[in-house]
Design a binder for this molecule. Structure first.
Ligand SMILES: Cc1ncc(C[n+]2csc(CCOP(=O)(O)OP(=O)(O)O)c2C)c(N)n1
Ligand SMILES: [Mg+2]
Length: 680
């Protein structure tokens, strides 16, 4: 196959600004990407692939980007319409089809993630989710890690123009610009978000939006190579040199329907579709290589046939593979490792009892000394304030640059933590109030929780999220919530919830060493209570997760509680004792909700024959419901009474003190429940 010499006559074509071999490389990759799309279409028609999102119309941009960036060195946070990027980066066709067909050995996800969601450690392509817009902040976190370590890598992150309406997009460009991070934002503007035209998304221009944040920003025609390549190459080199982020709005066309579930003829008229096809990037490039004399028509035929044969062979090979073994479906939700299994007595470092705030602060300080990869951020956590509850006080001064204020943006706190954790840092971040964890919920629920699982163990993001939780502080409806159940219902997170200073230190230190995401709930009503003080355990004191503590032994009733409710149960027994009763009641403090120490609960209830669960969160579908179900199932034959719960009313927490008292569970209610169960 002959590759023609290109004439040096500049008047012949603007494409001469690019070396012929670059142009041919582009064409070859575009052909491969084209036949991959064609093969996928066949699989869709045969019912072998239930999610297909054609990248036709975006392929020139995606391949150009792969040629400008450095595969294997730079990082990629793609979205679901980027098969051509994968082809450009050199993902083996076999891997591509294993992902598209969810077949055995699929290196993207072992069949767990959706098709079109490619992942590769070798290519530094981080497993995406289907959520529009979540990828931006994770990429920013990765870029923060790169900047912190002084490396010259770039983080590519992309999305459709529709996804830029998500709030996290704005948070991401804000933070990337504030910190001058090496992020290449590429928005692929095909004019539609499924059926919604861009005019219904925004009245601005996206590249102008990025400029509004102070970011270097350009708009390019993503269907034409030369200008795009020549514009982006030097700008990307600047990002690599540390100039800060770059925003690219690439105008592309969507030649096919949004996905295999969509029919665009229902909302785009013939003229509109013809217009898109007229800009077909592949047809254009093919025309150019012929026009410029880089290839003859016979060459083009041969190149096409070669690409087609290569792609079809890989597709057929993968199609012959079975689906993954069903036994693998729930693997990799957690790492399966732990840092400590047995509990030992704490060896107090002094007789002087410390508060929970001090215990957590000291635990964090010790872990930061031990592990230079621990970094912290959150709202107001930096010294001199050191957090609104003072938990991180002194740490900024002790560890300069490692404990900083975040923007007032919880999704930023969380999304960046994921990115930095993927990069090997250990973020220990603070959510100032549990009530305000919800802007970060998308990251916690759909990203962080399942990264390890959806990438079949290839990627993980161990981190600690400290959350100030709970009421009884006259904080009203937005500073008193107890959302632990919501988070415990998301696989992939451990959830620790200490009730006293010694446990808090042991658990926070373990959390800092775990290889999985950990939510660490700190009850703000306990932070400085005298009754939660304990002598401070030593620096090697680690508490295992999933081991309940017997607060007091008893024969006639088991009370299961955690956090502040543990103390309320003790106070209830105190009340009963003051009234002359000395019941033999066992109190279990769960200490971690995930893992739940079901064995300890069942062992106790089998002995006592009666169970009461006490928690501060609302009753309906609370963690208590799970515990009661486990008891009903595992200790049914030992039960001598109904299993009861005392919890908050199914309400919000009101501000007025008498109303707050009416909604949250009380010591009196617990005492009554204990008495009734004992008399049953
Ligand atoms: C958070 C979220 N909301 C809604 C969806 C459903 N959804 C998937 S793609 C899409 C449109 C995205 O359009 P755009 O960002 O322009 O990307 P394109 O598909 O055009 O490349 C929608 C609404 C989703 N995946 N995630
Ligand atoms: Mg779009």
């Amino acid at each position: 196959m002959a590759v023609r010499k290109v004439s040096a006559d500049r008047s012949e074509s603007r494409a001469l600004d690019v070396k012929p071999e670059i142009f041919l490389q582009l064409y070859e990759k575009m052909l491969r990407a084209y036949y991959v799309e064609e093969a996928c279409r066949v699989f869709v028609r045969a019912g072998k692939c239930s999610f297909y999102a054609s990248a036709r119309g975006h392929e020139k941009l995606q391949i150009a980007v792969s040629m400008i960036l450095q595969p294997g060195k730079d990082w990629f946070f793609p979205y679901y319409r980027e098969k051509a990027l994968m082809v450009g980066l050199g993902m083996p066709l076999h891997h591509l089809f294993q992902g598209m067909l969810s077949r055995e050995g699929d290196p993207n996800s072992l069949g767990r993630n959706m098709s079109e969601h490619f992942s590769s450690r070798d290519l530094r392509v981080v497993s995406p989710t289907a959520c529009t817009g979540t990828q931006f902040l994770i990429a920013v976190g990765m870029a923060k890690a790169i900047q912190t370590e002084g490396r010259d890598e770039i983080v590519y992150v992309s999305g459709g123009e529709g996804s830029t309406s998500e709030g996290e997009f704005f948070e991401a460009i804000n933070k990337a610009q504030v910190d001058r991070l090496p992020v290449l934002f590429v928005v692929q503007n095909n004019g539609y978000a499924i059926s919604v035209p861009q005019t219904q998304q925004t009245s601005s221009e996206l590249f102008e939006v990025a400029r509004g944040f102070g970011m270097k920003s350009v708009r390019v025609d993503g269907t034409r190579f030369t200008d795009m390549y020549n514009t982006l190459k030097p700008l990307v080199a600047e990002v690599r040199r540390g100039a800060g982020p770059l925003f690219v709005e690439a105008m592309v066309v969507r030649i096919d329907s949004h996905s295999s579930s969509d029919d665009q003829t229902k909302y785009r008229d013939t003229k509109n579709l013809e217009e898109a096809r007229r800009r077909d990037p592949l047809a254009h490039t093919e025309g150019r290589v012929l026009q410029m004399g880089l290839l003859t028509p016979a060459d083009v035929e041969a190149w096409r046939a070669k690409a087609k044969a290569e792609v079809e062979a890989a597709a057929a090979e993968v199609d012959a593979l079975p689906y993954p073994d069903v036994s693998t479906a729930t693997r990799d939700i957690f790492s399966g490792t732990t840092v400590v299994t047995a509990e030992r007595e704490p060896r107090p470092i002094s007789d002087k009892p410390v508060t929970m705030v001090e215990a957590i602060n000291h635990g964090l300080r010790e872990e930061m000394e031990r592990n230079p990869k621990i970094v912290m951020w959150g709202e107001d956590i930096q010294d001199p304030k050191g957090g609104v509850f003072g938990v991180t006080r002194g740490l900024t001064e002790a560890f300069p640059g490692r404990v900083v204020n975040s923007p007032l943006a919880e999704a930023t706190i969380m999304g960046m933590a994921q990115g930095m954790a993927i990069a090997g840092f250990k973020p220990v971040v603070e959510i100032q109030f549990a009530d305000y964890s919800f802007p970060a919920y998308m990251q916690m629920r759909n990203e962080i929780s399942n990264l390890r699982w959806r990438s079949a163990g290839a990627w993980s993001c161990p981190m600690v999220v400290r959350v100030a939780t709970g009421g009884y502080i006259r904080g009203g409806p937005f500073h008193s919530q107890s959302p632990e159940t919501l988070y415990a219902h998301t696989p992939g997170w451990y959830l620790a919830y200490p009730s006293n200073a010694a446990d808090a230190k042991g658990l926070i230190k373990t959390a800092c060493r775990m290889d999985d995401p950990v939510l660490f709930f700190e009850h703000k009503g306990l932070y400085r209570q005298v009754y939660t003080k304990s002598p401070e355990p030593d620096a090697d004191y680690l508490l295992p997760f999933g081991k309940a503590r017997t607060v007091r032994p008893g024969r006639d009733l088991t009370v299961v509680a955690w956090g502040r409710a543990v103390h309320m149960a003790q106070q209830a027994l105190g009340q009963l004792a003051a009234g002359g009763a000395e019941p033999s009641v066992e109190i279990l403090d769960l200490r971690t909700i995930v893992p739940l120490d079901v064995d300890a609960i069942l062992e106790s209830v089998r002995r006592t024959g009666k169970a009461l669960v006490v928690h501060e969160a609302p009753l309906f579908l609370g963690t208590g419901a799970e515990i009661v179900a486990r008891v009903a199932d595992g200790a049914f034959e030992s039960l001598d009474a109904p299993v009861r719960r005392v919890a908050a009313r199914d309400s919000f927490v009101p501000f007025a003190p008498n109303l707050e008292t009416a909604v949250l569970p009380s010591v009196e209610q617990i005492a009554t429940a204990i008495r009734e169960l004992l008399e049953y």
